[in-house]
Design a protein around this ligand. Structure first.
Ligand code: NAD
Ligand code: MLT
Length: 527
């Protein structure tokens, strides 16, 4: 008998999917502490959660039989993905089920804020008749800045057009040409900040988006701007938002999500010009049924050895082929991640060449893994092996694949060329033995390094003293160098270097490094 643990309330229709399965037993235990969960989690093959449970590394470590974690919803920021992947546990989500609900909720929150509906209702319930106090503003003809044009952002933008709003949108991973002359104008972040009457954020919470709208950005906004966050707490810096609301620079904020939830001690809750609710974006009957039924069906299928759908951390592959391809899947995903961080502008063309022995396998999963790596910098956790190509197609990536039986000096080689308006980068990698994956060529320069941890990529002219100067600046800023790999095509010509460092390098130090003579370009790369 397979056992599934359910630790957040799942809609009845989702529970029915499990009940129909004779060989699956479900236990619904809501509201247990992590300590209590730790005692029982070892008995289960599957685990279903929503956002109320955090699947920590500690719990995953104790889940000795666990094969699948199913997240009824989009964000898997409450699952320690690394710990699950390490333990070979599939983590799956339901990326589409609550898009409509969250988009409608965003519009509802924007309207409630514009017309001060919650504040007015509260006043009336206190038996006050304060009509002029609650004068609001119209949405018609107002500029709505949408940050993040994924599923929800695009849906919100389309709905807002119907309300007569003028939409400008920013998403560095979306090709502006795709929207030329269409529904809305694609602009820069700076444009969004300066031109919008309302700004709504729909990105995942990543290192890049945390504090995307902070004090500096708010200062540049129109007076009386109104801000909406129905994505993840922290994309709009909460302290800066509080100050903006207090000073009157920001006329109102509509918040569904908070940096810390529940946000009981959050000073934003004390302000009259804040409309707030307890993370209700996906809280409709329809969305809850969608995500519950889909997660239950996916879990049943995966536990019974069938197809794995919407996996965030693994491709759907025959287990034997998967075993053979595993190191190459990791390698090519890292090449993708590297390319996404080198690219100066949105990516147009991806050319991948598979060479040597690995061409006897189906290379499609490798291309999926590459695209997943390229997309993972900007997308939420919902990019997976199932939808990576679909999203890439939507973004207008042109992907071509060639297969060659010879790999020159290697048994197998994967070479990936990425082109965009700002230039072209070529990265080639191989696997030594079964697990040692290496980058062996970078933009025509022979090299040999393992793409892992924190690295600095440097393009420079081959001159004496550059590497020494780099080492001195890193050393004086307490950054330890763990490895250094240089490559050049000719003496005195163009060269590259990859530097392994023990921890992340601040932007201040990166700026200092960029000032070294003969350095053309320098980037911090995280694998
Ligand atoms: P998605 O992956 O479809 O879209 C995210 C978009 O953000 C992508 O188009 C990506 O290119 C863009 N992006 C990434 N970094 C960016 C940056 N620095 N600047 C601008 N754009 C950037 O995700 P989605 O399903 O539309 O979800 C959007 C957000 O809403 C996620 O944070 C998700 O967790 C959250 N969400 C919240 C609720 C809720 O209950 N409030 C419900 C569902 C989803
Ligand atoms: C999600 O990521 O799907 C949403 O935040 C909704 C939720 O599950 O609470």
């Amino acid at each position: 008998m397979l056992k599934v643990l359910i630790t957040d309330k799942l809609s009845d229709l989702g529970m029915d999917v499990f009940k129909r399965e004779k060989e699956i037993q479900t236990d619904e235990v809501i509201g247990k502490t992590p300590e209590e969960l730790k005692v029982i989690i070892g008995n289960y093959d599957g685990w279903v959660i929503r956002s109320g449970t955090t699947a920590t590394a500690d719990l995953i470590q104790a889940a000795t039989k666990l094969k699948v974690i199913g997240r009824a919803g989009v964000g898997v920021d409450n699952v320690d993905l690394e710990a699950a992947t390490k333990r070979g546990i599939i983590v799956m989500n339901t990326p589409d089920g609550n898009t409509i609900s969250t988009s409608e909720h965003t519009i509802a929150m924007m309207m409630a804020m514009a017309r001060k509906i919650p504040q007015a209702q509260q006043s009336l319930k206190e038996k006050k008749w304060e009509r002029s106090k609650f004068t609001g503003c119209e949405l018609n003809e107002k500029v709505l800045g949408v940050i993040g044009l994924g599923r929800i952002g695009t849906n919100v933008a389309r709905k807002a057009i119907g309300l007569g709003m003028r939409i400008i949108a920013y998403d560095p991973y979306v090709d502006p040409a795709k929207n030329k002359g269409h529904e809305f104008e694609i602009v820069t972040l700076d444009d969004i900040i300066k031109r919008s009457d309302f700004i709504t954020v729909h990105t995942p919470l990543t290192k890049e988006t945390k504090g995307l709208l902070g004090a500096k950005q708010i200062a540049l906004m129109k007076d009386s701007v109104r801000l909406i966050n129905c994505a993840r707490g922290g994309i709009i810096d909460e302290t800066a938002l509080y100050d903006g609301l207090k000073s009157g620079k920001v006329a109102g904020a509509a918040l569904d999500v908070f940096e810390k939830e529940p946000p009981f001690d959050n000073p934003l809750l004390t302000l009259d010009n804040v409309v707030c609710v307890p993370h209700l974006g996906a809280a409709t009957q329809e969305a809850q049924v969608n995500v519950a039924v889909v997660v239950a069906e996916q879990l049943v299928e995966a536990l019974k050895g069938g197809r794995v759908k919407n996996a965030v951390n693994m491709p759907s592959l025959d287990p034997k082929v998967l075993e053979e391809l595993k190191p190459y899947l990791t390698l090519v995903e890292k090449i993708g991640l590297f390319h996404s961080q080198l690219a100066e502008s949105f990516i147009k063309k991806i050319e991948v060449e598979y060479c040597g022995e690995l061409t006897k396998y189906d290379t499609k999963p490798l291309t999926l893994s590459l695209v997943k790596g390229i997309l993972s910098k900007g997308m939420s956790e919902s990019v997976n092996y199932v939808n990576a190509l679909f999203i890439a197609k939507e973004r207008g990536y042109e992907i071509s694949e060639t297969v060659t039986s010879s790999a020159a000096d290697f048994s197998s080689l994967i070479k990936v060329t990425v082109r965009n308006e700002k230039g072209t980068h070529v990265i080639a990698g191989t696997v030594f033995g079964k697990t040692e994956f290496r980058i062996v060529n970078l933009d025509g320069n022979t090299t040999d390094f393992t793409p892992e941890g924190n690295m600095i990529w440097m393009a420079h002219h081959d001159r004496p003293g550059i590497v020494g100067r780099l080492g001195t600046i890193l050393g004086s800023n307490n950054v330890n160098i763990a490895g250094l790999y240089v490559g050049r095509q000719e003496v005195g010509g163009k060269a590259i270097a990859m530097v392994n460092v023990d921890h992340e390098v601040s932007e201040k130090v990166m700026t200092e490094l960029r000032e070294i003579a003969h350095i053309q370009d320098l980037k911090f790369i995280k694998f």
